[in-house]
Design a protein around this ligand. Structure first.
Ligand SMILES: [Zn+2]
Length: 273
């Protein structure tokens, strides 16, 4: 059963988590319910794609109402397809929330223990990976395109939580969100070779060779395998079936829309008690 469930026009919630923990806000936005026009019609929460900044701010405020964390307390990241992960404290609240200039530089993953802060990352085909350790009051999110995936950003988050925060890997739950499916995602051998470095013999279950030089890659599966290899229990990993490229009614897609498109926002945080 699909775990990213539409709970309002603009939001898919990670229901297995949010049903059990009402204090948790966690999900992924749709392209509906905003005010942006043209390529960005209508819920585009991304500043860096040349949408009108005022419209993006309005969209973010619409989302904030529905997520129940004020937009002024969101944190956004620059997202440069690297593997740097930052721990967010109260002093970072608001960075990248209402403009792109203050977004955390060279950051593709964030985590926090704080209440009342929403971690936000933007996506249009790349894989959103959400992390949650309810026993330890910790949430995190990572942006895993092919570069972040083969670079090991999912593994890097697990290592932060286990080594720096001292949490056992079996206490960590992961949700892999809507993103491009293998049918829609052809890559060349260079990427498969890089994946082999991190996944070794398990790599073959994440791709199919289509032609001599073309491979259909399952980026969600690749991240799930990397997470399992890093110590996450398979029963603690949820994977969305939704494809951002197949589902034109719900999502923007960078590949399908040839780059002229908006973004969806993956978000996770504890609401203010
Ligand atoms: Zn697809």
């Amino acid at each position: 059963m699909e775990s990213f469930v539409r709970t309002s026009e603009s939001i898919l919630s990670i229901r297995p988590w949010t049903d059990k923990y009402p204090n948790l806000a966690a999900g992924f936005t749709t392209k509906d319910g905003g005010i942006s026009r043209g390529y960005f019609h209508s819920m585009n929460p991304a500043f860096h794609v040349n949408d009108l900044a005022d419209d993006v701010v309005s969209n973010r405020k619409i989302l904030a109402e529905r997520i129940h964390v004020p937009a002024e307390k969101w944190v956004g990241a620059e997202q440069t397809h690297e593997t740097n992960i930052v721990k967010i404290t109260a002093s970072e609240a608001g960075l990248g929330a209402l403009d792109y200039a203050t977004a955390l530089k060279q950051t593709d993953g964030m985590y926090t223990k704080e209440n009342g802060i929403l971690l936000t990352l933007l996506f249009a085909d790349c894989v959103p990976v959400f992390f949650f350790a309810p026993k330890h009051h910790l949430v995190g999110a990572a942006h895993a395109g092919w570069k972040g995936t083969v670079g090991g950003i999912s593994k890097a988050m697990v290592e932060k939580w286990t080594r720096v925060e001292g949490i056992p890997a079996e206490d960590i739950y992961v949700a892999i969100g809507p993103s491009i499916c293998p049918k829609c995602y052809m890559v060349d051998k260079k990427i498969i070779d890089l994946l082999k470095v991190i996944l070794e013999e398990e790599t073959k279950t994440a791709y199919n060779q289509i032609t001599e030089s073309q491979f259909s890659l399952d980026l969600k599966k690749a991240n799930a395998l990397i997470l399992h290899k890093s110590g996450i229990l398979n029963e603690n990993i949820i994977t969305s079936e939704l494809c951002t490229s197949c589902d034109e009614t719900l999502f923007f897609s960078h590949r399908r829309d040839s780059g002229k498109t908006g973004r969806m926002m993956g978000f996770i945080g504890f609401k203010e008690e």
